[in-house]
Write a protein that binds this ligand. Structure first.
Ligand code: ADP
Length: 402
């Protein structure tokens, strides 16, 4: 079966077409700057194979509907031949950011599910509106093809109330649904599944701490294969220090800024989401640039790395306490997969907890799942590349094949 994975953002549309008979990627691409004077579309056919070819175009792309039609035209383009006809697509998997409390698992997007999804829009107005647009466009372009929603929040719906409730007046939970939801669930679930296979432990028996460090970052405590706590909260702003997001901060800072700097809610929100994190600390938000700046003696960059890795270590310690027994710690995503220095600093001094990194293996750059701990380490340390598109396609195919 061929599966199309769609991730529709406010001005972008990411897509991937997979042949799920052998899990190969037939095409992968991105439409950007939808609605601007000039937009970009890029599609790679048969990526990372001998047949790889790339198509890039710059042209006005006024709406998501136009973007969707361009994607269909590219995928059915005779020259590249990944689809003879769009009817070959057997299922479409949509990445949906927020499922609220309505969605605890991957769901067929029938009319009732779409209505329930509309109900979650107030929780993530920008993301979920864009995701709903993508779903409606896919319904028009692929009539009759099952559409499946895979939710970033779903894996964390197993959090117990003592982990997901905030200590604020209970009406705010009951009426406004303010609680911890957690995000990056598709990635955490995928890497814990892969880790269980690699460790030879049943996925419903594994205890693990999964550390997803990309532009956004989150860390999850997994008990018997289920998420029991996670660092992101009501929104993806809470928790770790990220590229441009502050992560944890004293909530009183908001009131201080409003009172003393006359900042509006939107200005504070923008500052904490877009001007903070690594960028706020040192002006740079890409970890590669931070290492280059440190080499040149930049003290702010050095501090940014220290704050980021210290925060990550604190969460690892907290989740060791939550879980009691930990079989594995898994690093994933852009930084987690590639940055040996961040991994080493995040685990430094945890030897007494049975966490011992093999620094030589850790320093090698590898693209495949790799065990990074020494044989004496009680906790296995893994680097496992995440693959959210494959995870979404697998979930979508499994649901429609039931
Ligand atoms: P996203 O959250 O957007 O999916 P990724 O998981 O692709 O992001 O991670 C992107 C980030 O990963 C970059 O901003 C950069 O900080 C980091 N990164 C990517 N490659 C490397 C590398 N080789 N070394 C260190 N950091 C890297």
């Amino acid at each position: 079966m061929k599966a199309l994975v769609i991730n529709s953002g406010s001005s972008s549309l990411k897509f991937q077409l997979l042949d799920m008979d052998n899990e190969s990627v037939l095409a992968s691409g991105l439409v950007e700057r939808i609605g601007d004077a000039e937009g970009n579309i890029k599609c790679t056919f048969h990526p990372d194979t001998e047949k790889e070819s790339v198509v890039k175009k710059t042209l006005p792309i006024p709406t998501h509907t136009v973007a969707g039609q361009m994607v269909v035209d590219l995928l059915t383009d005779k020259e590249h031949g990944v689809l003879a006809d769009k009817s070959e697509v057997g299922v479409i998997g949509h990445r949906v950011v927020h499922g609220g409390e309505n969605f605890s698992k991957t769901t067929l997007l029938n009319d009732a599910a779409i209505a329930a999804l509309e109900d979650t829009v107030p929780l993530a107005p920008l993301h979920n509106t864009a995701n709903l647009d993508g779903i409606r466009i896919a319904q028009e372009l692929f009539p009759g093809v099952p559409q499946v929603g895979v939710f970033d929040t779903a894996f964390h719906q197993t959090l117990p109330p003592h982990a997901f409730r905030y200590a604020i007046p209970k009406d705010l939970y009951e009426k406004d649904r303010i609680r911890r939801y957690g995000f990056h669930g598709t990635s955490h679930k995928y890497v814990v599944g892969e880790c269980a296979k690699l460790c030879g432990i049943d996925v419903d028996k594994i205890n693990a701490i999964t550390v997803h460090l990309g532009n956004g970052g989150s860390i999850t405590a997994v008990e018997n294969g289920k998420s029991v706590d996670t660092s992101m909260g009501f929104t993806p702003l809470q928790g770790l220090v990220m590229g441009t997001r502050s992560g944890d901060i004293d909530p009183s800072v908001h009131a201080f800024l409003a009172r003393n700097h006359q900042m509006s809610c939107d200005e504070i929100d923008n500052m904490l989401n877009k001007e903070s994190g690594l960028k706020g600390l040192c002006g740079l938000n890409d970890m590669r640039d931070i290492h280059a700046a440190i080499e040149k003696g930049d003290k702010d960059a050095e501090l940014a790395l220290a704050v980021q890795t210290y925060r990550t270590k604190k969460y690892i310690g907290a989740y060791m306490a939550v879980l009691g027994r930990v079989d594995a710690i898994v690093f994933t995503a852009g930084i987690g997969e590639n940055d040996d220095i961040v991994r080493e600093m995040s685990l430094a001094g945890l030897e007494n907890f049975g966490i011992i990194l093999d620094t030589k293996i850790n320093a090698q750059r590898v693209k495949t799942p790799t065990l990074l701990s020494t044989p004496e380490s009680k906790v296995q340390i893994w680097c496992i590349p995440t693959n959210e598109e494959l995870a979404i396609a697998r979930e979508a195919v499994a649901l429609v094949s039931k």
